[in-house]
Structures are given as C-alpha cells and as structure tokens.
Design a protein around this ligand. Sequence first.
Ligand code: PEP
Ligand code: MN
Length: 339
Amino acid sequence: MIVILKENPNPRQVENLKHWLQSQGITIHESMGVHQTVLGLVGDTTAIDIDLIQALDIVEDVKRIQEPYKKANRKFHPMDTVIDVGGHKIGGGHCQIIAGPCSVESEKQIILVAELCKKAGATMLRGGAFKPRTSPYSFQGLHSQGLKFLLEAKKETGMPIVTEIMDISQLDLFEDVDVIQVGARNSQNFELLKKLGTLQKPILLKRGMSGTIQELLMSAEYIMAGGNPNVILCERGIRTFETATRNTLDLSAVPVLHQLTHLPVVIDPSHALGYSKYVPSMAVTAAATGCDGFEIEVHNDPAHALCDGPQALLPEVFADVVKKINAVRAALGWEPTGK
Ligand code: PEP
Ligand code: MN
C-alpha cells in the first residue's frame, strides 16, 4: 500500500500517521520527491482502514499496490534509484559502461583489457572468475585467483569491478568486489538472492534467458525484501525461436522497466547477440532507449579467448561503439556516459 501525501504537509501530522502505522506492525519507506512524498507501507496492510487514512488532511491519495513486486515498484518509490559505484552513478540520467572480457584469464590479460577499456570510456571493469559454462569440460574460470587478478586490475586502473557469483558458498571471496553479478542462469536462485539481500553491495541482476519482465522484478524483490535496495537490472537477451543470434535482445524491456520500476536498467548486447559483428549496431541502438548503462564484452585477442570469444569486441571497435553511444545520447539531449 502507498500513501501519497499532499504538498507541504504538516510535519506533526505526518509523524502521528507514521507512528500509528508503525504501531500496527507496518514498516514505512519514505520516498521524497520534488513535490510529493510517498509513504510505502510494508507488512500486512489488510487490516489498515484505507478510508480512515484517506480522510486525513495531509493525505492526497491511498492506493493498494496490485503488482506482486512492492519495493521494486515505481509506485512505491516514484523517483529513479541512483546507485553509486565507487563514485560512478547509475540511474536517474547517469549512464555507465561496464566492459571487459567474459572471463579473467591471467593478470596480464585483465590489466591490459582494463586499461584499453578505460581509455575507450568504460568506467567499470567486468570479468568472470566463476564461469557458468554449458559444458563441464569448458574453462570454468580462475576462481579466487581470478578475483585476485581483478583486484589488481582495479588497483592499476581505479575502475570498480563487476563479477559473477555462482553460489552462496563463494560470498566471502566477494568482499572487495564492487558489484556482484547474478547471471541469467541464477536469476531465480532464490536462496542466493535472499543472501545477497542481506548485503548493501550493488547487485547486477541479469534477466533469466526465459524470464519474463515480471519474473525479473520478482527476483529483484527477493534482494530488496532482505534490505538491499541496490539492484541494477540487466537485459541480456531472451531465448526465442530465432537462431541467427545467440539470444534476442528485448530492447522493449527498457521502456517497460522504466515504467514499472525505479531501478536502473543496463543493456548487455554481447550475450544477447552472441556475434561481435552484430554487437556494435545493437549497442548503439540500445543507447536510444535511455538505458542506464551497458555491459559489453571486450577482449584483446577474441580468437583465443577462453570464453565467449565470438561475441567479444576488439578494444578499438569498443572505443568506436562508446563514441557512437555518446553521439546518440547527445542527439537526445542526455549527458555523456561516465558522468
Ligand atoms: C557473463 O556475463 O559472462 C554471463 C555468463 O552472462 P549471462 O548470465 O547473461 O549469460
Ligand atoms: Mn560471457
């Protein structure tokens, strides 16, 4: 349930209302906009008398939220959530580019790619240390050593790092990671999501490969219900009948999610397309949706990459993509990426 307050309400009456709601076992999330304050009520609101609240002078409107996602719902929190990752803001008009190889392969490789990505305009470094591979015989990542190399690359470049967790048991290793990625395959690993809800660290939550937008929001809700509001959503392509591309990039997810939720939305064109020749045009196209960020795979030597080489951009191609993304943003009157 949400209670929308009138402009400039009497502060004492607001306090009285809040105390009364709290005495009914309700937790209140206050969201202050420029003109309006919204009180989001969490808990069992079935016994709350809507008419009684509606009749108060300070109250503009009271609504029950019909959607099953509450904390992720824009009705609950009308302003965009802006997440700060090491001084780089995502959301609310701030757009960041996360780039790097699919997997960390060596210290030298990750530092080299990190430097090239930073030079091209990326503000965060990605790289998998734990890789969810379809085949158990494929490279599985360097695990704790990969995380150590990522932290070295962070030290060298100053870029915050984004890397995937595959299991709750790995969490202790992620202490110095700036953004924990939950991959498509774990998008509905509810026990993992609940655990990540106990942190305050930003979580980059990918859409499941056959997940609906509502399912993605429910997964975000699992993290938020636990007390972690720092969720970044990621559209990375969904599985359709089409086989010409690895997945189908659902760009409509951006305007739809921006309508339904206040959480930032990042586009990953690499896993959506699966072939480097298609990634640039779709990354540039995605810029026009007003997404809050990009996650793009870049490799210094894609032909010899240990994972996802066919979709990795060469650093020089990536640099050109960043320029074009910013040309689109400028044409639409938006701030460049990285601000
Ligand atoms: C990745 O980011 O390398 C990855 C495995 O992504 P996804 O979960 O979207 O397949
Ligand atoms: Mn990958």
